[in-house]
Write a protein that binds this ligand. Sequence first.
Ligand SMILES: *Cc1c(COP(=O)(O)O)cnc(C)c1O
Length: 498
Amino acid sequence: MQYTSTRNNSLSVSSSEAIAAGISSEGGLFVPAEIPHVTPEFIEALVPMTYIERARAVLSLWLTDYTKEELDAYTEGAYGSGFSSDAVAPTVSVGGNLNILELWHGPTCAFKDMALQLLPYLLTGAAKRVSGGRETVILVATSGDTGKAALEGFKDVEGTRILVFYPEDGVSPMQKLQMTTQAGKNVGVCAIYGNFDDAQTGVKRIFTDKLVKEKLSAHNMAFSSANSINWGRLVPQIVYYFSAYADMIKLGKIKNGEKLNFTVPTGNFGNILAAYYAREMGLPVNKLICASNANNVLTEFLTTGHYNRNRPFFTTVSPSMDILISSNLERLLWHLSGCDSDKINELYDSLAKTGEFTVNGEILEKLGALFAAGSCDDRGTKETISRVFKEHNYLCDTHTAVGVSVYADYVSATGDSTPTVIASTASPYKFSKAVLEAVTNGKEPCGDEFSMVDELEKLTGTCAPEQLKNLKNATVRFDKVVKKEDMENAVYSLLGIE
Ligand SMILES: *Cc1c(COP(=O)(O)O)cnc(C)c1O
């Protein structure tokens, strides 16, 4: 199976090459030139399987230049231990019509672990084949969860270094502590003055800068990306949509062949794009419901066809979705435009120059058939956490609550009774302050992060993940903050190659 670039259709690379490079040299994203298809028998066979077995079945369809032995070892390494649930990503029915796919049982308590526990294996495997022994430098821009998950995935992985940039005031206190206390010999963390889009734009600029590339090359290093622009981030995420479907059959909620909706709290459009690929592969999916917070650029786009990032940026209680440039949308638009890279270049030139673009009627129609979209502000988010806890005794985090709220609006507006699975993307204990406020009906929480964790445990009878509680006594190793223009220098300094 070959991959090409959203901005250069004449390119053809293997999955290893796409994963090793992260982003195509002209700035496009790697996309599959064709999409593998599954049969109902393939799906039926997943039902009795473990998560690892399901992962092997799905991944082998996409990563055709990896051997079976490689994929067997990688999936075992990624999902064999390190997840606090035997099911890895369980689908739980919490009551009413709420079915929740819990994607946060990994080491960093957010859904990013689902991909980032596997990516280091995929990348080092790829690097062996394509980059001839050079050290791989993973550069990450994070809105909070990717950074930590990437640090955990790559720490002390031989042949790799990992550098993470995050917005100084754009992550939760728990997220910040998780990163600034990171252990490992090959890790670096740096804050920037700016928001996530500034960090992401800076990282993309560094990736495509020839001078930086030459300098790294002189030190026998090459960049790659652990952001969801890397195909190796997306492909592990396709697995859990198949897994959730199989679990819904197991739970007796659907029969094989019946359609499901997926509701996905969305920021960079990576998680929901994986659901799109699952659907294109033949998983019976009705609607993909895209849930945004107050940064509702995607809600507007999916309903009008007009993408406009010229709008106020809101810092919300669901910070991992505080994004106005949803990178992975480019991949979807490439597919929906009939693989037309000229069209993508035109749209993204416009986005770079004017901050907006509008797609044609044909694409808008396809978007409408595939997606529903909605948004939920902070107040609605907290009300939803409170309501779900009261009604179902289920505590969800702020991002998941955005999904639950948008799904409820969708059902009211459409009457659609298709069984639905909502992706739950983080442990509530990563966002204790907002969650505590929600379950105490708006009382301003007092005390530090860890006393809030204690109080939330007491009030709800749930348990905080050990790895979050242990941060209380961890030492801060990284406290540098730089201007966004100084990110290049920060990279040199973190790598020790000034
Ligand atoms: C990253 C993240 C999201 C958004 O996922 P995308 O793939 O960027 O759309 C949602 N919730 C949480 C908790 C996250 O960490």
